[in-house]
Design a protein around this ligand. Structure first.
Ligand code: SAH
Length: 260
């Protein structure tokens, strides 16, 4: 496997840079790479580059940047607004939603949210690892948590909010998103909102459902755990309104062979 790494440096062909602590540890101690071994790099701005380990010293791995492999491309403009969950569930959610191509995570405190804190550094580390694994060229943004009231107060109404509603009137998600796709006023800015383990309160669901930029959707007759609900909804979103029709990039050819 060729290691694929997120780095923060500018990616300019022919230049050599010393990898940071995380990448150095991964290449040296985990993957045991040596000079001459291939690496793939992305930084969220310049696209994806083939690269080579130039030197392994005691302190850092030096990497020589090779040629552009893929030009920069984003993900569909879909935010995931989610109520902070217990540590393991939120780690799982951020990892999997990053794989599913979420552009931005917006934590939201609702009435029944039991988690009170969120470790953004840890979420970011999870997001970086998932982006590296999944051929993404961007990292998702991770925003500061907001209360539901503050989120709605500052909401840009041109961003359409898909509400995973476990109660009250709601179209099945597939039908609702297919309708939104046909809407001539269709926006390209979207968000998904999922409740906490305790669910939304009746008044939250009523408030949200009456907003002009909100579409309540149902995910079937079973009550899903909050992380399952968000991931299921995102998969349906990508298939109907997102980039579900695209294919993954071709793998790099084995070392020594040129791409055809
Ligand atoms: N404790 C609540 C359920 C919460 S499920 C209860 O018993 O009613 C957590 C969140 O997942 C919900 O707030 C909702 O956003 C989403 N969700 C779970 N199942 C769903 C379904 N069948 N349809 C739509 N949303 C669902």
């Amino acid at each position: 496997m060729i290691p694929r790494l997120y780095v923060t440096v500018d990616l300019k062909p022919g230049t050599v840079f010393a990898a940071g602590e995380r990448a150095t540890h991964y290449l040296k101690n985990v993957m045991r790479r040596a000079a001459g071994d291939p690496v793939i790099l992305f930084n969220g701005r310049d696209g994806e580059f083939a690269a080579t380990v130039a030197n392994v010293t005691k302190r850092a791995v030096e990497i020589e940047i090779g040629t552009l492999r893929r030009p920069q491309a984003g993900v569909p403009d879909i935010w995931l607004c989610f109520a902070p969950l217990k540590k393991d569930a939120v780690d799982f959610l951020v990892e999997k939603a990053t794989e599913l191509g979420v552009a931005c995570f917006q934590p939201v405190f609702t009435q029944h949210t039991s988690a009170t804190r969120l470790n953004r550094d840890r979420l970011e580390a999870n997001a970086i690892e998932a982006a590296e694994q999944t051929e993404r060229l961007t990292l998702p943004e991770i925003r500061e948590p907001l209360s539901l009231a503050d989120l709605l107060q500052g909401w840009d109404p041109s961003r359409h909010l898909i509400l995973c509603a476990e109660a009250g009137p709601a179209l099945p998600i597939g039908e609702a998103l297919s309708k939104l796709k046909l809407d001539v006023r269709q926006t390209n800015a979207w968000a998904m909102l999922c409740g906490p383990e305790g669910g939304f309160s009746r008044s939250e669901l009523d408030l949200l459902s009456n907003l002009p930029f909100v579409t309540p959707v149902g995910l079937g007759p079973r009550i899903l755990r909050a992380d399952t609900a968000a991931l299921a909804a995102l998969a349906v979103f990508q298939s109907i309104l997102g980039d579900g029709a695209q294919r993954p990039p071709a793998p790099l050819p084995p070392i020594g062979q040129s791409p055809d």
